[in-house]
Design a protein around this ligand. Sequence first.
Ligand SMILES: O=c1[nH]cnc2c1ncn2[C@H]1C[C@H](O)[C@@H](COP(=O)(O)OP(=O)(O)O)O1
Length: 262
Amino acid sequence: MASGQLSRAEALACSGCRHACHVMLYCDTNTLLFGSIPIRHIVLPLLLPQMQMRFDGLLGFPGGFVNLSEESLEAGLGRELLEELGVAFQILEEDHVDSCFAPASSPASSTSPRLITHFYTKKMEEGQIRAVETAAVTTATDHGQEVLGMVRVPLHSTKGGGGLASFLSHSFVGNARFQLLHTLLRLHLVAPEELREALARSLKIQARASEELRAALARVEGKTNLPHHSPAHTGSAHLWISIRHKPKGFHQRIDPTATPAD
Ligand SMILES: O=c1[nH]cnc2c1ncn2[C@H]1C[C@H](O)[C@@H](COP(=O)(O)OP(=O)(O)O)O1
């Protein structure tokens, strides 16, 4: 068993622990990206796992805290899914994948009692997943508040190294990235070699993003002395803002080093 992992029985026996349950919904589809372009690594039938952008800007799976004195793990997860996705789900014990102590980086881990996260997967029909995507932005009470939107996980790789690699380089809550990777392998949604390649690319994407963020921070803090018309000035670290009442396409450059009187 991986470090921090518990059996379901051990997890339920932890009297002082808090519990949170999350689920990965996924389906098969024959849809091709861009119609028919044979992008390397596209898997047929494609599999579409779902995640969500949370209120804190992190990616995670739908779900949340469960109160074991009032409900079972699965009933609590069903309640959370109704709030976040606007759809009533029947999550079963057989959908349970694993339970583990949340890592120290998890938002709820800084407070005691300890948090145990339980992970589930549920395979659906493509039409059901599409209905969930619609309900998540129409009837779900959490939409626009705790949940900013549902996102599909791209399992393919583009020629430029995008797709899964780019997705994995985003920030995830708690052990959600590990849950995703483990599940992609366990359900054979991605081959180990493809995943290894995507992770290696993802590290490069993150390194580039770190450089861009450092450059952006330096500009915001007024630490760069780049002349305003230098070609380097048009790089991605430059901040631009669209002005709504100006003609379409008009952009005003924001100089973060300027005082309001400038
Ligand atoms: O997707 C996840 N995978 C693993 N752990 C997660 C995930 N999402 C959240 N968490 C951790 C960190 C959170 O503090 C707790 C509770 O989850 P959350 O979804 O934020 O709970 P509520 O909706 O507020 O009930 O679990």
